[in-house]
Design a protein around this ligand. Structure first.
Ligand SMILES: [Zn+2]
Length: 172
């Protein structure tokens, strides 16, 4: 037996007490995957995702984008990563944020991240998938100053007006 092996085997009760349980940085988001599978199966918006292998992981560390905290992100694997993992996309969700959400907000978050997967058909009519940016990126102050239509937000305004109507009519 070498010197090193003897040292490794010489773990007494004192050492065990000092061990701190370290949570892994990433873990499988099984609960979120159930939500995703149900959305992909039932929501027409995600018809194109039916056969696309997507993995969800929870990250045990605050996530930021351009200095702002975000709840999640969608990552497209390169060919090598896809071949090694079997997944073309990975949805990474902030574990703490995700766990703090109620069922509705969890579904909204998964819906939002799935919406980042865009696709188009190539000349052989095979789907090509890519990361799609947000429809809108702007400041609240510009809507306040110029109004929704001038700020190019007519669709958003209409969607919000429809929701307000539903609430007033008791459908929301
Ligand atoms: Zn987003």
């Amino acid at each position: 037996m070498s010197e090193e092996e003897r040292d490794e085997n010489a773990v007494g009760p004192e050492d065990e007490e000092e061990q701190i349980e370290v949570e892994p940085l990433y873990q499988s988001g099984d609960d979120a995957e159930l939500i995703m599978n149900s959305l992909v199966k039932n929501d027409q918006d995600f018809e194109h995702l039916k056969n696309l292998p997507i993995k969800i992981v929870l990250k045990n560390k605050k996530m930021t984008r351009a200095g702002k905290q975000v709840a999640g992100k969608m990552v497209k694997n390169n060919d090598l990563q896809s071949a090694l993992t079997g997944f073309d996309f990975v949805m990474v969700l902030d574990k703490q944020v995700y766990n703090s959400f109620d069922a509705d907000r969890k579904e909204w978050l998964v819906y939002h991240e799935l919406s980042h997967i865009g696709y188009k058909l190539d000349k052989n009519m095979d789907p090509k998938f890519f990361i799609k940016p947000h429809d809108y990126e702007l400041f609240v102050s510009e809507i306040e100053k110029y109004g929704a239509d001038t700020a190019g937000l007519t669709e958003v305004k209409n969607a919000i007006q429809a929701e307000v109507r539903d609430i007033i009519e008791g459908k929301g």
